[in-house]
Write a protein that binds this ligand. Sequence first.
Ligand SMILES: NC(=O)c1ccc[n+]([C@@H]2O[C@H](COP(=O)([O-])OP(=O)(O)OC[C@H]3O[C@@H](n4cnc5c(N)ncnc54)[C@H](O)[C@@H]3O)[C@@H](O)[C@H]2O)c1
Length: 340
Amino acid sequence: MLTNIGRRAGESRHPGILIIGGAGYIGSHMVLALQAHGMTPIVLDNLSTGHRDAVINAECIIGDMSDKNLLREIFTKYNISAVMHFASFIEVAESVKNPAKYYHNNVANLFPLLDVMAECNIKQFIFSSSAAVYGEPQYNPVNEKHPLAPINPYGRTKRMVEEIITDYAASNGMQYAILRYFNAAGSDPKGRVGERHPHESHLIPLVLATARGERAHITVYGNDYATPDGACVRDYVHVTDLCDAHLLALQALQEGKQQLIYNLGNGQGFSVMQVIAAARSITGCNIPVNLAERRAGDPAILVADASLIKQELNWRPQFGNLHTIIEHAWGFSTNYVIPA
Ligand SMILES: NC(=O)c1ccc[n+]([C@@H]2O[C@H](COP(=O)([O-])OP(=O)(O)OC[C@H]3O[C@@H](n4cnc5c(N)ncnc54)[C@H](O)[C@@H]3O)[C@@H](O)[C@H]2O)c1
């Protein structure tokens, strides 16, 4: 029930944008981006991997996206006009060990949400998909026409959700944007929020944790790939640039676009060793490396062709520079103090 929740956002009847997963890494940045553009984000999060204190100056409802009654109350009370869905489990390795956890949360929990959206006539939906839908790249940079052939349960949940969204939209007129992120990285340039996954699996935060002495070394899986320095090459896209793309997608839906599917990436690859070298120069720390065997399913190179959203929505990423991405992540991780 929502009775104990303040009426700040709902009172004005200004349309709210529901951010499901808004207490997580990318969702908490989205809250700030919407506020900076005069919109009213409302967060729904079950805190399974998110943090209450990552939601700054916005309504934060603690609950699960599968709770239909809660969704009905939120949609009505806050005059919700659009939903942004960030609420997935995200660890590839865990999805291989425990696929049920991923299919339940990432796929099954979508149905109550889409059903209640249809019931309440909420038409605009933005979904966080992933480059994992492409699987092993057949060419680089990868554009949206690349075959969808995910190679792990996490990627398959994302492809399934994309298909479900497409089918719902065809039957009920829902407008949608599916945004396929490559490697989200960096932090709010003002350091207000950042990446705090409870079990971190992403390279940059692991490298920075090593710099802070919280880990003995950073493991590099394979140094004999067909890349300039033998290490895997990935595309790191700044979280603030991701949020800008969401704002543009939302605006396009508001202007009447029906269906949008875009890659979100830098278009430029950086190797694991380049990331470590940049982190060493930014942090001034040694960052010991432990070389290990290649991991199954790790492509040598995975880089986005994000030209479509640049052409169609005029997306202009501001923070493509690897140095800036790591500097912002380092700034957050060294200055952040958990509120008392
Ligand atoms: N981080 C990346 O590099 C990356 C790359 C590609 C795609 N994505 C996608 O972006 C989205 C956000 O990723 P993130 O890194 O911010 O993850 P995150 O774990 O930090 O955030 C997810 C949030 O969703 C919440 N949540 C999960 N299940 C929920 C449920 N059933 N009901 C309500 N809340 C729930 C969690 O508590 C958490 O706050 C995910 O869908 C992820 O698959 C992320």
